[in-house]
Design a protein around this ligand. Sequence first.
Ligand SMILES: *Cc1c(COP(=O)(O)O)cnc(C)c1O
Length: 332
Amino acid sequence: MHNIPKRLNLANLPTKIEKLHRLSEKLGGPNIYVKRDDQTGTEVAGNKIRKLEYTLHEAISQGADTLITCGGIQSNHCRTTAAAAAKLGLKTKLVLRGQQPAAPDGNLLLDVLFGADIHWVTPEEYRNRRNDIMTGLKEELAQQERHAYIIPEGASNGIGAFGYYSAMEEIIQQEKEMGVQFDAVVMAVGSGGTYAGLLLAQKIFKTSHEIIGFNVSNDAEYFHRAIMKVLEDAEKHLESSVEICSKDIRIIDGYVGLGYAIGRPEERAFIKELAMLEGIVLDPVYTGKGFYGLTEEIKKGRLEHLNNILFIHTGGLYGIFPQGKEFANLLP
Ligand SMILES: *Cc1c(COP(=O)(O)O)cnc(C)c1O
């Protein structure tokens, strides 16, 4: 038997699964469903809170009084961590890539409201030294008798991955209630933890789902490695091994577009199309690219073997507001 770590109860679960009737009809292919993980909460909306239910249980059992984590200036993960920390009476230190803007907006505005202490670093420092920088901050706090717990980027490590292990259990239960079998579970991939958790559960429960990720940064090869690393770390918590190899991982590359967090007109047009068609708003950094990629692959006839597809809406809504200027040409 596998040992599943303990968790806190912080997210609004289970999240709904909705069928997108009009989009499915318009594409004339598979039935497309969406799991509304953008509705896991308000302050904690999105996929990160599922991971943090496990991560923060571990942090608290280790006696932490402060959380340290890192991300981009509009990081959903950092905002979710700051919100959850405030709820739990913990302090937060964020290592953010970039420079302090004149006025904070989107996720950064929320970080400020939750009282997060922000440590700005350059893109080079972030890329090469973010973990050392977080360790340095932890040591500084230790000198003041404070106990910090470091969460890696995106909470994408072994413990965090259990958030989507349990999301997969939730999906299996919902399939029974709905009388539907999803052939594929699809999501945007940013640091790989969500994908890793879903694949871990798919292997443990031996279901037939294809787990398909669309990377929004780097490339497929990078994520094969990153996901395998998360899975190896998750196995340490399981205290048993699960047979997963790199060829079980399916990442569809080709939809990063202009680069991480930089949108293209066709992606923004798709965000507007889905909003008008189904009343669902995607974010420009993750779900806008991932869902756009999914519909393009369907149009190209590359997913014809799939009848029922479940896309996980992993949230990110606050990240659309700082990009208002980019959407200006879509105004009537
Ligand atoms: C972080 C994030 C993702 C990617 O999840 P990973 O586990 O980092 O791969 C997808 N969508 C949104 C909105 C996110 O914030």
